[in-house]
Each structure stands twice: as C-alpha cells, then as structure tokens.
Design a protein around this ligand. Structure first.
Ligand code: SAM
Ligand code: SF4
Length: 335
C-alpha cells in the first residue's frame, strides 16, 4: 500500500509546503543574488522534468498541500509548462491546494494565460524598483518594461499578483513608499524582504543590509499599519495599510526569527533536499529516485531527511569581508 502518512519533523511541525527550484539558471543577474559570471550546473546534473514531477508527486502523496516553483528563473527552464501542466492533475484531484511560482516576470507575458489554465491562481513577481535605470542596475540584464508587460498579462489572465521587493540600503531605501502606493493601487500585495547572506557575490552585503524594522518605522510616520493574521503559508508577517487599503508583508529572517512555525522544505533541480534555507545540511533524493521505479526508497529518504529538519537557522549578517553564512546561492535553493 502507498505510504500516505504526513511529514512531521522532530519538533512537531508538519511539513506541507515544498518549494522547488526547477533550474539554477536565470536571464537576470541581480546584484544581491548572483555574481555576473556565474557558473551554472552542467545540464546532465539536472533532474528531468519527469523526475521533478515524480519527486513533487511523492511529496504530494505525503501530504504536501502547497507547491511553489522557483529558481533561478523557473520560466526559463525549457518546456517548463510541461511540468506545470502535469502537476496540475494534483489540483484537479484535490490533493494539492495550491500550485504557484516565484518569477522575475520577464517571461510572464508569454506564459500567464497558460499558467492560469493549469490552475495557478497567483504568482509572486520580484521587482525591487520602479525606476527603469535602477532596475537595470540591480538586475544587470533585466528590462522593467518587459516585466510590466508580464504583470499586465497576469492581470488579464486573472492571476493574483504579489510583488516581492528586497530592501536594499541606499538603492531602493527611499522608494519603498512609492512602490507600496503603486502596488496597492494596482491591486497587488507587496512583500518586503531583508537581504540574506547566501552565496558569494561581488558586493559587500553589509553595505546592502537594510533592517525592515527601520523601514516599518519610517512608513509609520505616514501610514497606519495594523498587524493582521493573513497567512500565505510562507514566512511573511502582514499588515494592512489603512491609507491604501492594501496588504504589506515583511520577511525578516535577520531581525525576527520565524522558524518556530516553519512548514516547508526546499528541493533543488538536482534533487537535493534542504530542510532549512539557512543551514547547509541536505539530503540527496536523486539517488533513491533513480535507484528504483517504485517510491519506497524515495519515501524512506524523505522520512529520514524530515527527521533531520533543524529547529532553526543561524543567519547572521557577516562582518565585512567574511564568508557568507551559507555558501550556496539563493538561485540554487530558490527564494
Ligand atoms: N527568479 C525568480 C525571482 O527573482 O523571483 C525566483 C528566484 S529568486 C532567488 C526568489 C526571491 O529571492 C526573489 O524575490 C529575490 O529577490 C530573492 N533573493 C535572491 N537573493 C536574495 C538574498 N540574498 N537575500 C534575500 N532575498 C534574495
Ligand atoms: Fe534571477 Fe531571481 Fe536571482 Fe534575480 S533574484 S538573479 S531574477 S534568480
């Protein structure tokens, strides 16, 4: 009989949220995320789309209710819609409650309609600035116009949109109010993210780090923010902004510890499972996946991994010149 028991970690937390990085590649090179001359994984190390489907489906069988595709840029993976279409069968069966993705929006104009047709209801789109030149500086290779076209297509397709913005000291620091007014005016939620020390980049992270407690304090000089219980399954805490009627989220891994309610694990495009974004410990699921056609070995490996899920991360923003807390890039494990 198929193993359908839920995934519960040693601290009693049920793991029902899987984030899957379907590729480590990207058509942008955001300064806080990647070095300009990134070395990507050789294609032969990647799981095929069929293997990704099998892995995701194994997690769904074990009680995962929410799947988020991310990357790198998920929409640059070749034939990605094949995977989305195939995973949508779990939405139809009711086993999966949500299939969603985090994207830089560059390819959204092309795919929004098809995503909606596959049962995707909302997408997270990362935009750190509304200034075209600044956007190009931050993303190195990106064009804001293309992303805006993607947002328009998402709206037409009926997809709800949440904008993710990384708060960057001296870069978009004084633009956050404007971004919030814009996002809420468009009917989008906005979530602010603190920079996390993941992977070697060219810049110094201590120069980029802007605590969201300070951002909130500044916003409160103009706006009335009330804490609300809204939950999306992710780590953001939300407030409602009385003046705009919109929702604003804060993801603060460094100033606030959100590990106690952690319900998720992360899978890379090579089949490595990370039980915590802020720890190096990982489990290889590719070997058990490939070792047999049945899922017994895979389930055993997943159980063993969940049994090692740590209580929390130990991020600290490194002092100037120190190595990052976690050596892999965000583009490998996904945001
Ligand atoms: N390419 C897609 C995108 O940009 O939305 C998905 C992957 S990206 C790694 C996911 C999210 O992580 C993005 O919102 C990005 O801004 C954020 N991110 C990347 N590196 C980060 C870092 N070092 N600290 C905090 N957030 C980061
Ligand atoms: Fe690409 Fe997203 Fe990383 Fe930017 S944040 S380089 S869009 S993976």
């Amino acid at each position: 009989m198929e193993n359908t028991s839920p995934l519960i970690d040693p601290f009693g937390r049920t793991v029902d949220y899987l984030r899957v990085s379907v590729t480590d590649r990207c058509d942008f090179r955001c300064v806080y995320c990647m070095a300009e001359d990134m070395t990507f994984l050789p294609k032969r190390d990647l799981l095929t789309l069929e293997e990704l489907d099998r892995l995701c489906s194994a997690f769904v069988a074990r009680g995962v209710k929410k799947l988020r595709l991310t990357g790198g840029e998920p929409l640059v993976r070749k034939n990605i819609m094949q995977l989305v279409r195939s995973l949508s069968r779990h939405l139809e069966s009711g086993q999966l409650e949500e299939l969603t993705l985090t994207t830089n929006g560059s390819q959204l104009a092309r795919y929004a309609e098809e995503l909606a047709a596959c049962g995707v209801k909302r997408v997270n789109v990362s935009i750190d600035t509304l200034d075209r030149e600044k956007f190009q500086k931050i993303t190195r290779w990106g064009q804001l116009g293309k992303v805006m076209e993607g947002l328009e297509a998402a709206r037409k397709a009926g997809l709800a949109v949440k904008i993710n913005a990384v708060a960057l000291k001296g870069v978009n620091e004084f633009e956050i109010e404007e971004m919030m007014r814009w996002a809420h005016g468009e009917g989008f939620d906005l979530t602010l993210i603190e920079t996390m020390p993941l992977g070697e980049i060219e810049e110094d992270r201590t120069d980029q780090y802007l605590p969201l407690s300070l951002v909130r304090q500044r916003l409160e000089e103009t706006f009335t923010l009330s804490d609300i219980a809204h939950k999306t399954g992710g780590p953001a805490r939300y407030v409602e902004v009385a003046e705009t009627g919109g929702r604003l989220g804060f993801i603060t891994p460094l100033t606030h510890n959100f590990c106690e309610s952690c319900n998720r694990v992360r899978l890379t495009c090579t089949g490595t499972l990370y039980m915590c974004l802020g720890q190096d410990d990982a489990a290889d699921l590719r070997a058990p996946l490939r070792a047999s056609e049945g899922d017994k070995l895979l389930f055993d490996a997943i159980d063993e991994a969940i049994g090692r899920k740590p209580k929390g991360h130990d991020f600290i923003i490194e002092r100037p010149g120190e190595a990052p807390a976690v050596s892999r890039h965000m583009s490998l494990t996904g945001g």
